[in-house]
Design a protein around this ligand. Structure first.
Ligand SMILES: NC(=O)c1ccc[n+]([C@@H]2O[C@H](COP(=O)([O-])OP(=O)(O)OC[C@H]3O[C@@H](n4cnc5c(N)ncnc54)[C@H](O)[C@@H]3O)[C@@H](O)[C@H]2O)c1
Length: 356
């Protein structure tokens, strides 16, 4: 059990936030539902975000400077980092230096170099680094992973992963700013599907990556009717569409497609697994195998209906309390980050790149 664990000490587990925007306040709501957990402080450069934090969640210790919060608030067990990607590394390293466990929202960082520095800081502090991926906790993910791990699908040859929006450029936050986010849909939403697929495959080592990115609508004014109109096209420096091909050490291939904008029929959020003896479709929880002379399409008679975000927050608290193994650690986050780096580097170089 970690030394800052609240278990057995008869006091609540205390979480402070760096970044108090949309996702942070969702985390706060879920943390408050966990027995004996308190949100004790929050830091954000936006007074508006802090006002909402106070109003919605009753958090009293509010700071516009996170370093000041880390210095002044002593009653903290863990820090939840929910800032734009470009802040993740600095925020996490400061939280570790202050002696706290950390959960950082996805993606772990802007790139693998930052990710490695965060892991070094965690190691030096002797604290947990949890990366806030939630799709690995999805019952559909467990269904497919269990089939693969049992050998039911045989060798997995190919995975097709897609996080595609037809027209869904966020019209809030800084999601169109490459300098603050590291990239566009690939690092923002592709990361979810990529990490889930990689986890399902048993985290094989990526060897080479080929990819490309395209920007053709996000950086121009648009009057097309869509779900989030009016994004800031003037500061839009990320891609609209990205695609990558990743080759793993074990010979499997994965393709990943991610878009904020794509001329497709409808949004797609899915992975398809193709093994020698069986395959699966994540979105529909379907399994495909030959059985008794027929090509069978199978679905489980029952799958739990759990909220992945709730599971992720509970996992974070329990990991910090020393009650559970860290199932979403920096190691995994770093491998995912290397694949993302590879896609962007390959797009830039116009050729396949090697993953270290
Ligand atoms: N797991 C998920 O499904 C999921 C969903 C949405 C967002 N996210 C991630 O969460 C992070 C935040 O996204 P969001 O949607 O909440 O964005 P947001 O814009 O709503 O919130 C970010 C907040 O960080 C604050 N901030 C910026 N710089 C800061 C600094 N230096 N110090 C303190 N606060 C600072 C901003 O003022 C803002 O309030 C991103 O990394 C994003 O990828 C994850």
């Amino acid at each position: 059990m970690s030394e800052s664990s609240s278990v057995g000490l008869g006091r609540p587990f205390r979480v402070a936030f760096i970044g108090a925007g949309a996702i942070a306040r969702h985390h706060m709501k879920l943390l408050k539902q966990i027995k004996n957990v308190q949100v004790v402080a929050a830091a954000d450069i936006s007074e508006d975000a802090l006002a909402k934090t106070k109003e919605e969640h009753g958090v009293q210790k509010l700071y516009t400077d996170y370093q000041k919060m880390l210095k002044e608030v002593k009653e903290i067990d863990a820090v939840d980092v929910c800032t734009p990607n470009g802040q993740h590394a600095a925020n996490c390293i400061a939280a570790f230096a202050a002696g706290h466990h950390v959960m950082v929202e996805k993606p772990m960082a802007m790139n693998a170099t930052e990710g490695r520095a965060m892991m070094d800081a965690a190691k030096k502090a002797g604290k947990q680094l949890v990366v806030g991926f939630q799709y690995r906790f999805d019952p559909k993910t467990k269904l497919i992973k269990d089939q693969i791990d049992s050998g039911a699908f045989g060798k997995i040859m190919y995975v097709r992963a897609q996080a595609l929006r037809r027209r869904g450029i966020p019209n809030w936050g800084v999601f169109g700013r490459k300098d603050l986010q590291g990239g566009g849909p690939m690092i923002d939403i592709g990361v979810h599907i990529l990490e889930m697929a990689h986890y399902i495959l048993g985290s094989p080592r990526p060897v080479t990556v080929s990819g490309n990115t395209w920007t053709y609508i996000g950086d121009k004014p648009s009057n097309v009717v869509s779900q989030w109109p009016g994004w800031d096209y003037k500061t839009y420096t990320v891609e609209d569409l990205a695609a990558g091909l990743i080759r793993f050490e074990n010979g499997s291939l994965l393709t990943i497609e991610a878009s904020f904008v794509a001329h497709i029929e409808k949004d797609i959020w899915n992975i398809q697994i193709m093994g020698e003896k069986g395959g699966a479709n994540w979105e529909t929880s379907q399994i495909f195998m030959d059985q008794g002379g027929y090509m069978m399409n199978m679905s489980p008679g029952f799958l739990p209906n759990s909220d992945n975000f709730e599971t992720k927050m509970k996992h974070f608290v329990e990991v910090c309390q020393g009650l559970r193994t860290n199932e979403s650690s920096g190691d995994h986050g770093l491998m995912v980050q290397k694949m993302l780096d590879g896609i962007y580097a390959s797009a830039e170089a116009g050729r396949e790149v090697t993953v270290e």
